[in-house]
Write a protein of this length. Structure first.
Length: 293
């Protein structure tokens, strides 16, 4: 296998020659992108989050880069533990660079084995999640970004405190427009077309995907730095939030309960504090106010 280091794009003459030579010899190609093509970010987490480090760190990156997270991919360099904390090192790269490398290599007809980011533990390619334009924009294990293009990227990525209900109203308007369109298609298709049940299922899926994006944005802005979100899920009963806190969970509960879209918030199960770190893992169930359901 031939490894080709890449420090900039497009490929220079020497790199192109290596690719063509490898092609003629039937060799597989590994492209290694310089870490300098991206930028580094450290994410500090409680040690109790180590088992879920990628998921929790991804959510922290989403919270700290709310406007820039779209169109970025990242890979972990590694992590280190110290004083009850885990510091994870990530290199963040523009997704377009990875796509350009993939397309340029394929255009030359080379047998591309993988694309790696220098020093990172997992490749950028092959990994459909890293290069898929819809899923990688969110990058987080919680929610697919499929709906985002349909309702407008700015609707969800430009959420400002105090405007949350307006944004939810925009989503609801989009849902109503989608319903009208689907019902019109149903009338056109006739009895052999899509069923009303399928229409309703599509709208329900829309709501269950779009609304949590806004809730996650608002929670990320509201909760203090000593709170780490690990999971947010939504169903017909409300929203469930899981995470870790190095602060009073009662305060976290109070802050969540004060949000304009939350009807009530309560802890699920007993609060258990890690005596070594003082950190608490929590699960909070939230009911939504009537207009949010």
């Amino acid at each position: 296998m031939a490894t080709i280091p890449v420090h900039s794009l497009p490929f220079d003459q020497a790199q192109t020659e290596v690719l063509e030579q490898a092609k003629s010899q039937g060799k597989a190609i590994r492209i290694e992108l310089s870490s300098a093509m991206g930028f580094r970010r450290e994410i500090i987490l409680p040690s109790s989050a180590k088992a879920e480090i990628d998921r929790v760190a991804a959510l922290q990156l989403r919270a700290t880069l709310p406007k820039a997270a779209q169109g970025l991919v990242w890979r972990k360099v590694g992590y280190r533990e110290h004083h009850g904390r885990v510091t994870a090192d990530y290199i963040i790269l523009a997704e377009e660079l990875a796509k350009t490398v993939l397309q340029s290599t394929q255009a030359l007809g080379a047998n591309l084995h993988e694309i790696r980011l220098q020093g990172c533990t997992e490749p950028l390619y092959p990994d459909p999640k890293a290069l898929d334009a819809t899923r990688s924009r969110m990058l987080f294990a919680l929610i697919s970004f499929t709906v985002l293009a349909a309702i407008g990227q700015s609707v969800l990525l430009e959420v400002q405190r105090g405007q949350l209900l307006d944004q939810l109203g925009v989503i609801e308007t989009q849902a109503q427009a989608a319903q009208a369109e689907l019902e019109a298609r149903l009338q056109e298709d006739g009895p052999n077309g899509a069923s009303a049940a399928n229409v309703q299922a599509g709208l329900e899926a829309f709501r269950m995907t779009a609304f949590p994006l806004v809730y996650l944005e608002d929670l990320s802005r509201t909760l203090p730095d000593k709170v780490w979100i690990s999971e947010l899920t939504m169903d017909r009963s409300g929203v469930r939030l899981s995470g870790f806190a190095a602060t009073d969970v009662g305060e976290v509960l109070s802050q969540i309960g004060a949000l304009p879209w939350v009807g009530s918030a309560q802890l699920m199960g007993p609060v258990v504090v890690d005596p070594a770190t003082g950190q608490t893992r929590f699960d909070i169930q939230m009911s939504l106010k009537a207009q949010e359901k």
